[in-house]
Design a protein around this ligand. Structure first.
Ligand code: ACM
Length: 797
């Protein structure tokens, strides 16, 4: 009976927890393990006292930083009492109190905490400083978002603002609740590549602040790569004198221009060892460990440009000015090992991190294969192939790092040729490397590209700022479960956690970095912190708007792509185009224009599919109470309406991509898109386009316009000739036009709409032949390769 009662009590509590978290009083990210809503609020006011009844400097520092932030954001000075041996209880406190207490519940671990809020008292309990720190991050997220701002900070208008303005700030109410919380994974990481583009110490500190707010505990700092060596090494000054400088940088995306265009501007920067120490110290106050990555044996061009004697050939080498993987890598000579060990010695002295990341990814074996030295070394060591040579290098470095009391992390390529004994594997090429390593009982950090690469597109690639490629919307990040299904519990325990990666080939500025990182890293925070059973994307989406307010107060240039409406379109039987706009999960108000102008809160409201009877640009934005939610200068698509729209056609040659089944790809009214390495809405042909469009009835026709994709970096060229003929019966065709076109045209990739005008004639059938040039012409990126044609839309007028 008692058991039954307890069961019912527990069950009702669960319901309360579930419904409680679905109100806007509680919008904590990452979602806590357990949150019991309670009635009432605690008011943080001038009378609030923060009590830390222990003589512990780090707890005092945590409490002080809270008090300072309240002062910065609200101007209010809370009193802070430390070293008081007698804990004050709510009952005898009088004034309202925020108290830190030791936690006796040992199941919460060293990062867990209890946070109890009543109208009189806030109690923070934890076993270790980390737990108190995370409890305070949660407390910030129970308070109004403005608490994270600096409205009253030094140099702001704060000191000049009178009482009237101050009273406009929201009351600092904390909704009552009881929270018990601890992380799902011990490793919760974010990385930043500072080689492709450099980021200042000030930016890194802001990044660390944001990571801490989201309870991340590892910052993986990618310090060296082909495009720049960014850490001062005293013993090898040329690494920064030469290796931190590149002559210029590729403009646009790798595939944007043929030939590639460079900006002609020298790019250089690096961190001094003092700056590195400053970042490490700062991170430590946020309970974030900083893991340096020194890339080897690949991604080494900046080092080889500085010290060519570390390569297998004489060079000279240049710090790379464009992106990619380069054949020139470290040569495994004793000189190279001495160099690497010297560098790692300085790195280990600087960084207290248990983990030192040594790269290991994307190391081509081409030069080793050709090198007499490498081949002799392999013979002497009885290595069967170059993969084993790579494994030999990693194992030697592992031994060295381990001898210094540290552990290496390597990208999953270090599994090739045999995994070094003490290595932790970072699985990025999908999850299989991680699974393989866990089965070998090696520690694993999961960071598979398809879920964790925040340099991929978060929205429509043809609309977003240029990015690497790939599609990773926030809901996909959120959906990730780092522990692969199918691992035994004895293997799954090797999955330490996961990490979001920020590669900066196409992220040149702090604003763009923040745009790519936030809010997707907030989803990643929940992936690594929140228990699977508590994860719920709809609930996360409900909390996100409040979280956006926090990010605004923190001056973060976060992306609002989350709010974008999704476009889809289809032709109608009348030859028009029907455009459907799907709202985002929060169903905001979608407004649109049809003339390409920027939508406002007064523009037409989207209520049902838009019927386009003429070609138009549909531009959308989402609003709430007349205020824009999505970025306004974005999201437009061109639709083309002509006599061909929705009409069927036959193709003599089958396309190699597109949707030949629907038969509407070339006449469906939708235009193609390009971005990163992605293309949409384009039909490709290895030979000629030979299409006959059936207009359904005799019509006067005088012009055909064809949208050709010119993407010569992918061997998609303009045709060399276009021939148009017309017919009344579909059997006898008479020529209307033959036109030469320039298949050798280079420059920026684009969809080029070429018009073909001819004398007005009556026809039902129109044959369009576009002649593929066959071989890619000289002057383009890959001359002599098989050329393709790409076509998005055919219009007939
Ligand atoms: C990587 O993205 N090459 C680890």
């Amino acid at each position: 009976m008692l058991t039954r009662l307890l069961f019912i009590a527990a069950f009702s509590l669960r319901l309360l927890v579930a419904s409680g978290q679905s109100t806007d009083r509680y919008t904590i990210i990452p979602r806590p393990v357990q949150l019991e809503p309670r009635a009432g609020e605690f008011l943080v006011s001038q009378h609030t006292m923060v009590m830390v009844p222990f003589a512990q400097a780090d707890l005092k520092a945590i409490a002080e930083s809270f008090v300072n932030q309240i002062k910065l954001s609200s101007g209010m000075s809370l009193s802070l009492r430390t070293l008081d041996k007698t804990p004050v209880s709510g009952a005898n406190a009088g004034a309202n109190l925020i108290q830190f207490l030791p936690l006796r519940d040992t199941t919460m671990g060293d990062e867990g905490y209890h946070l109890t809020v009543t109208p009189q008292l806030i109690t923070i309990e934890a076993a270790e400083p980390k737990g108190f720190f995370y409890a305070v991050q949660t407390l910030y997220q129970l308070l109004p978002p403005s608490v994270l701002g600096k409205e009253h900070g030094a140099g702001s208008m704060g000191s000049l603002v009178g009482p009237a303005s101050r009273s406009a700030l929201p009351a600092l109410l904390v909704p009552a609740c009881r929270i018990q919380d601890k992380p799902r994974y011990v490793y919760r990481g974010m990385n930043l590549d500072v080689s492709r583009h450099f980021f200042s110490v000030a930016f890194i500190k802001k990044y660390l602040d944001l990571m801490a707010l989201h309870k991340f505990n590892n910052f993986h700092w990618h310090l060296t790569d082909d495009q720049g060596w960014r850490i001062e090494i005293k013993k090898y000054p040329k690494l920064t004198q030469i290796g931190s400088r590149r002559r210029e940088t590729l403009v646009g995306h790798y595939d944007d221009f043929d030939p590639q265009v460079f900006d002609g501007k020298p790019y250089n920067d690096f961190y001094t060892q003092d700056e590195i120490r400053e970042v490490i110290r700062y991170a430590a106050t946020k309970y974030i460990n900083v893991i340096p990555e020194i890339e080897l044996p690949g991604h080494a061009l900046a080092a080889l440009a500085s010290y060519p004697e570390l390569a297998c050939t004489t060079g000279p080498y240049q710090v790379a000015t464009k992106w990619g993987v380069f054949d020139d890598v470290f040569c495994p000579t004793e000189k190279t090992f001495t160099f690497l060990q010297d560098v790692l010695t300085e790195v280990i002295e600087l960084f207290p991190s248990k983990y030192i990341h040594i790269g290991g990814d994307e190391c081509p074996k081409t030069v080793w294969h050709r090198s007499a030295f490498c081949q002799q070394l392999m013979k002497r060591l009885k290595l069967k192939n170059e993969n084993q040579l790579q494994s030999y290098i990693i194992t030697r470095i592992d031994k060295f790092v381990t001898s210094k009391g540290r552990r290496i992390i390597g990208w999953d390529e270090i599994l090739q040729g045999g995994l070094s004994p003490n290595a932790t594997v970072m699985s990025w090429r999908g999850i299989n490397g991680g699974i393989q390593a866990a089965k070998l009982h090696h520690d694993v950090i999961m960071t598979p590209g398809q879920f964790c690469y925040l340099n991929f597109y978060q929205g429509d690639f043809s609309q977003e700022p240029v990015a690497f490629g790939g599609s990773l919307p926030i809901d996909k990040v959120y959906s990730y479960d780092p522990t692969p299904a199918g691992l035994l519990p004895t293997e799954a325990k090797y999955i330490l956690g996961a990490q979001g990666n920020v590669w900066t080939e196409y992220i040149a500025t702090p604003d763009q970095a923040e745009y790519m990182i936030w809010p997707r890293a907030a989803a990643m925070a929940e992936v690594v912190w929140t228990p699977l059973a508590q994860k719920d994307y709809n609930d996360f989406a409900r909390r996100l708007p409040t979280h956006f307010e926090r990010l605004s107060h923190l001056n973060v240039n976060y992306a609002r792509t989350f709010y974008d409406a999704q476009f889809s379109a289809k032709p109608t039987s009348e030859g028009h185009v029907e455009v459907t706009l799907a709202p985002n999960i929060l169903s905001p108000d979608i407004r649109y224009t049809l003339d390409g102008s920027i939508p406002s809160g007064e523009s037409a409201r989207y209520e049902k599919p838009i019927l386009l009877t003429r070609s138009a640009t549909v531009r959308t934005a989402t609003f709430q109470n007349g205020k824009p939610l999505s970025q306004l200068a974005k999201l437009e698509k061109d639709y083309l309406v002509s006599k061909a729209t929705g009409k069927s056609y036959t193709l003599l040659n089958a396309p190699t991509s597109g949707r030949p089944d629907s038969n509407y790809n070339l006449t469906d009214g939708t235009t193609g898109g390009i971005g990163g390495y992605e293309i949409s809405g384009v039909v490709a042909f290895r030979n000629d386009l030979n299409a006959v469009i059936d207009l359904g009835k005799l019509e006067p026709v005088e012009s055909v316009r064809i949208g050709f994709l010119k993407y010569t970096a992918k061997n998609i060229c303009l045709p060399k000739q276009v021939e148009i003929s017309v017919s009344e019966d579909g059997k006898v065709f008479k020529p209307a036009l033959t036109a030469r076109t320039n298949a050798a045209e280079s420059g920026k990739r684009a969809i080029v709409r070429l018009p073909f005008d001819f004398t007005t004639t009556h026809a039902r059938y129109i044959r369009i032949i576009a002649r593929n040039v066959g071989k890619v012409p000289v002057g383009l990126r890959y001359p002599g390769k098989a050329a393709q044609l790409g076509i998005d839309e055919i219009e007939v007028r």
